[in-house]
Design a protein around this ligand. Structure first.
Ligand SMILES: Cc1ncc(COP(=O)(O)O)c(C=O)c1O
Length: 459
């Protein structure tokens, strides 16, 4: 079964047609079956290339957190490494060495007690990293509590779908703290109230996908310290820093959220988000080797040497890991600080301009992650955020509109993710286009699009 986008229009079913210029007229190329024969490479290229023209323009996609721009030198290195398999650490020892350096760099950045010997690895993204972090928490709980009941994991309802996958795939109960009024993410008191002897951990998100806000990691840890003092329950924290673990160290150096808090057992981050690498790389670092039970690690001897592996995949491209190291070397601390500082400047200026347009009210300002959400002011009932999103599509912008989860399903918002490649100039063009569309929307008699008619949006 192909997993199809639910709102995907039924595609054409007839065979592909080759334009006459290729002198192959009459050839029938099946669309959904393997063609019987070969095609010249130029023809195959042109057919695929032409079809891909209908994909969106990644730089105008304000929905994605994933990097859509890299330097030509990074692209050249990635092209050099396209054939390298990350798992073949014996065949590609230098790629393996660069991965190790990246783990140590992140260990330092996130204040791991022994960063020179940091325990961690690269992954395909934060989702895989979250699965590994969750598995380590589960195994540790099983060792603490061999006769335990159903394990549970406490988190805010705003968690990204990867945590729902983790709970579903590994039989862990999700204990979700709902949103409440203007609290759009996990609160310390609410998290602790859901913990018991079967809690394998609490997930705190540094940079909520819904609105870019940081969850109060320090307060959550302190509340769990109090819980331990009164009940003896010692519950570790995993920080889902998919975006924020690559932002906060550079532009929020005073924020305490990482291994500086003894309760933080593990941290994941997406190299392909604010780590500034093209899609395909994530990271997980544990506070120390104790936090990652050794019996989760496999040792394989069929790659030339005895190699440890803790991963859901086996083979995986090495190019993204090399590109991550390139970025670390190229930008250093100061470069990342400048890039993310600029994104935050763009986000906060743009959110203020949007607030000044009249119909919108900010939910967040973009002063934590350079990401902000906004809604229509109360009383506007002739158009919706889904109408705004659709209107902006006419100019190529993908400005996602979506409803919030439990208990704020009433709240529908738009969100902008500012990242490298989206500067003040593009932000000015976005404002100009909003200004161009608003008179028409304000004049319309009734809403046209709502959550059910909006094109599906996934966080
Ligand atoms: C907070 C959070 N966690 C996890 C993920 C999943 O990350 P990835 O796409 O790297 O698997 C995301 C993606 O947006 C996210 O925002």
């Amino acid at each position: 079964m192909g997993l199809k986008h639910p709102s995907a229009a039924p595609g054409p079913t007839r065979d592909l047609s080759v334009p006459p210029i290729f002198t192959l007229e009459g050839d029938s190329i099946p669309r959904h079956e393997l063609p019987a024969g070969e095609l010249p490479p130029d023809v195959a290229f042109q057919i695929v290339h032409d079809e891909l023209m209908l994909d969106g323009n990644a730089r105008l996609n304000l929905a994605t957190f994933v990097s859509t721009w890299m330097e030509p030198q990074a692209k050249a290195l990635m092209a050099e490494c396209l054939d390298k398999n990350m798992i073949d650490k014996d065949e590609y020892p230098q790629t393996a060495e660069l991965e190790l350096r990246c783990v140590n760099i992140l260990g330092h950045l996130w204040h791991a007690p022994d960063a020179a010997e940091a325990t961690g690895c690269s992954t395909t993204g934060s989702s895989e990293a979250a699965m590994l972090g969750g598995l380590a928490l589960k195994r540790r709980w099983q060792k603490r509590n061999p006769a335990g009941g159903t394990p549970n994991l406490v988190m805010g309802v705003n968690v990204q779908v990867c945590w729902e996958k983790f709970a579903n795939y590994w039989d862990v109960e999700m204990r979700l703290v709902p949103m409440d009024g203007d609290r759009f993410h996990l609160g310390a008191e609410e998290a602790v109230a859901l913990c018991d002897e079967n809690t394998i951990g609490v997930v705190a998100i540094l940079g909520s996908t819904f609105d870019g806000s940081y969850e109060p990691v320090k307060e959550i840890c302190e509340a769990l310290d109090d819980l331990q003092a009164t009940t003896g329950l010692d519950i570790p924290v995993h920080v889902d820093g998919a975006s924020g673990a690559f932002v906060a160290p550079f532009v929020d150096s005073e924020l305490v959220w990482d291994f500086a808090l003894p309760r933080v057992a593990s941290i994941n981050a997406s190299g392909h988000k604010y780590g500034l690498v093209f899609p395909g790389v994530g990271w997980i670092v544990w506070r120390d080797s104790e936090a990652l039970p050794a019996d989760l690690i496999f040792w394989v001897n069929y790659l030339g040497d005895n190699m440890p592996t803790f991963a859901l995949n086996f083979s995986r491209p090495g190019a993204q890991v090399v590109a991550q190291y390139y970025n670390f070397l190229r930008l250093g601390f100061d470069g990342y600080r400048k890039v993310h500082g600029y994104s935050r400047e763009v986000a906060t200026r743009l959110s203020a301009q949007i607030a000044d347009l009249g119909p919108f009210e900010l939910i967040t300002k973009g002063d934590e992650l350079p990401v902000f959400a906004f809604k229509l002011k109360d009383g506007i009932d002739n158009f919706t955020v889904f109408d705004v999103s659709n209107a902006m599509r006419e100019r190529g912008w993908q400005l996602p509109a979506y409803t919030f989860p439990k208990n704020r399903e009433d709240l529908a918002a738009l969100r902008v993710v500012v990242r490298l490649g989206f500067g003040h100039d593009l932000a000015d063009l976005l404002i100009a286009d909003l200004n161009r569309q608003l008179p028409r929307l304000k004049a319309q008699a009734a809403p046209v699009h709502d959550a059910s008619t909006a094109s599906a949006f996934h966080h």
